[in-house]
Design a protein around this ligand. Structure first.
Ligand code: DGP
Length: 114
């Protein structure tokens, strides 16, 4: 058995996390180091290390995450303007190798991102 990821431990309640959403397939909690007034991490319960590791069998799960994310933004009061970010790989800024969507909102968001 692989060592549980940090996010598995948060989803299991073994490490504290401020949960904002949970269903059978995914859960969301506030980022410990928020980059904006809203910064939530949406994490599938299934451990997929990176987006690039997702396969055909994960298509429904990925679609589910994309449908849940706007609902979370709206529930938090930011339904009109939010950004979703997936860092894929260490060189792209990924530090936790358990796929997650960053849901960021609540301040002007520049483009292109840094
Ligand atoms: P990334 O760098 O894309 O892999 O994003 C990982 C995020 O996880 C980063 O924004 C900080 C957040 N994070 C790291 N450790 C913890 C933790 O223990 N609790 C919470 N809530 N967030 C964490």
């Amino acid at each position: 058995m692989a060592e549980p990821t940090l996010f598995e431990k948060i989803l299991a309640g073994e490490i504290p996390g401020e949960m904002v959403y949970e269903d059978a397939h995914c859960a969301a909690f506030r980022d410990i180091n928020p980059a904006a007034p809203l910064h939530v991490l949406l994490v599938p319960r299934k451990v997929i290390p990176t987006l690039a590791d997702a396969g055909e069998q994960d298509a429904e799960l990925l679609g589910h995450l994309m449908q849940v994310a706007p609902r979370i933004a709206a529930a938090e009061g930011y339904g009109d303007a939010f950004r979703l970010v997936v860092n894929n790989g260490a060189d792209a800024g990924q530090s936790v190798f358990h796929l997650h969507l960053h849901i960021i909102a609540g301040r002007p968001l520049k483009w292109p991102p840094g």
